[in-house]
Design a protein around this ligand. Structure first.
Ligand code: CAA
Length: 258
């Protein structure tokens, strides 16, 4: 297993658990975190023994944002020329599912990173926010777009304009997180959920992720058409024959990933 500077990576059966590990900066996302996460998630995607990942932080902070100290001295020319933050697009290209397990602060880039994952499980201690306006800037890793799609314009606009944080209960009510779990059970519950996903037929997992994501990129008719075509495609797999035979024969299916 590769070693990284800013994250810890371990495999628990078919689940890759990635833990952000910059406690001195509340897991603020600097360029090294980006480099480490891209490498770790590329390795996860390429490893056929791994079916789902969990991305988590510490009890105090999932991540308190992009690293303000790293950005502080940057000007427009450097930011624009380097297309600062564009590298995060690579994280969203991870093909297998990634669950964000969020305890404590998920602020700015931390909230945006959680929203780049496929769904968020929140500890009852989780706090979400886009406080960049207080620094006289704005979200830059997709927050204004993903938060608005997740919770609607009213809450997203209020949060971006005031920097107000949302607690776990409000985040669940608003559709930002799938479920709330007690903080001390968060990682265990996320790994359990990921284990359930990792046990599914691998091609069906990829197809389900792709089609739900298509809902963000397309209109309804195109999205439904995309879903139907992927659904048809799954009928070309060995695992579909096995899955349906297993149901009829009242036994568990075993998957080949073909
Ligand atoms: N960047 C760099 N360092 C950070 C950081 C960040 N985003 N957030 C916290 N830290 C550092 C602090 O500077 C501090 O370091 P020192 O001990 O060296 O002073 C350490 O982490 C602990 O933080 P605090 O002492 O502030 O802890 P606290 O418990 O008093 O407060 C907090 C916690 C409310 C989360 C507070 O740290 C905070 O407000 N952090 C910044 C949140 C923020 O503005 N995030 C948005 C960043 S911009 C962005 O993300 C742009 C984008 O769109 C991607």
């Amino acid at each position: 297993m590769a070693e990284y500077e800013t994250i810890l990576v371990e495999q628990r059966g078919g689940v890759t658990l990635v833990t952000l590990n910059r406690p001195q900066a509340l897991n603020a996302l600097n360029s090294q975190v980006l480099v480490d996460l891209i490498a770790a998630f590329a390795a996860f995607d390429a490893d056929a023994s791994q079916g789902c990942a969990v991305l988590t932080g510490s009890a105090k902070a999932f991540a308190a944002g992009a690293d303000i100290k790293e950005m502080q001295s940057q000007g427009f020319a450097e930011m624009y020329a380097s297309n600062f933050f564009a590298g995060w697009e690579n994280f969203t290209r991870t093909r297998k599912p990634v669950i964000a397990a969020v305890a404590g602060y998920a602020l700015g880039g931390g909230c945006e990173l959680a929203m780049m994952c496929d769904f968020i499980l929140a500890a009852d201690t989780a706090k979400f926010g886009q406080p960049e306006i207080k620094l006289a800037v704005s979200p830059g890793m997709g927050g204004s777009q993903r938060l608005t799609r997740a919770v609607g314009k009213a809450k997203a606009m209020e949060m971006c304009l005031t920097g107000r944080m949302m607690d776990a209960a409000e985040a669940e009510r608003s559709g930002l997180v799938s479920r709330i779990v007690p903080a001390d059970e968060l990682v265990e519950e996320a790994v359990k959920t990921a284990t359930t996903i990792a046990a599914m037929a691998p091609l069906a997992v990829l197809a389900n992720k792709e089609m739900v994501n298509a809902a963000f990129e397309t209109g309804l008719a195109m999205g439904v058409q995309f879903e139907r075509r992927l659904f048809h495609g799954l009928f070309g797999t060995e695992d579909q024959s096995e899955g349906m035979a297993a149901f009829v024969e009242k036994r568990a299916g075993t998957w080949t990933g073909k």
